[in-house]
Design a binder for this molecule. Structure first.
Ligand code: TYD
Length: 131
């Protein structure tokens, strides 16, 4: 499976670090929405859906978590703990997030506003759509 991990340039000096996100530059789409998950309880599994059209870039800005990505043919597990790394999730990709560290802040940039009709929340339906 072709996983796109984008290395984000870190501007660092003695004071600390800074990462800038700019659409059509290091973010490969126009940013229409930003949301973030925090305070995720231990042993919680989130996501468990695919999007028909939405493209997203996810960045763990603090802490760590794991992603499972499933394109219908194969699945892969990715550990994210680097605020200077973005995981690009294309449309029609099943995702699950788990093993959140207590301090995890997971930020998501998306190319469209929230739209429940863009979600596929059943894995069976996802597999059917892929066929
Ligand atoms: P949910 O889809 O369950 O989150 P996840 O897939 O990451 O586990 O979303 C939780 C709630 O937040 C749900 O009621 C929908 C709402 N929501 C918005 O209102 N806007 C958004 O941009 C997102 C992502 C969710």
């Amino acid at each position: 499976m072709d996983i796109k991990l984008i290395q984000l340039q870190k501007h660092g000096d003695a004071r600390g670090s800074l990462v800038s996100l700019e659409d059509q530059k290091n973010v490969p789409f126009t940013i229409r929405r930003v949301y973030y998950l925090f305070g995720t309880q231990p042993n919680v599994r989130r996501g468990l859906h695919a999007h028909k059209n939405l493209r997203q870039l996810v960045i763990v800005v603090r802490g760590s978590c794991r992603f499972l990505l499933d394109d219908g043919n194969e699945h892969i597990e990715i550990f994210l703990d680097n605020p200077a790394q973005g995981l690009l999730i294309e449309s029609m990709m099943w995702r699950e997030m788990y093993d959140f560290s207590e301090d995890c802040v997971l930020m998501v940039l998306a190319d469209a506003h929230y739209d429940e009709s863009d979600y596929i929340r059943s894995h069976e339906q996802f597999m059917e759509s892929k066929r």
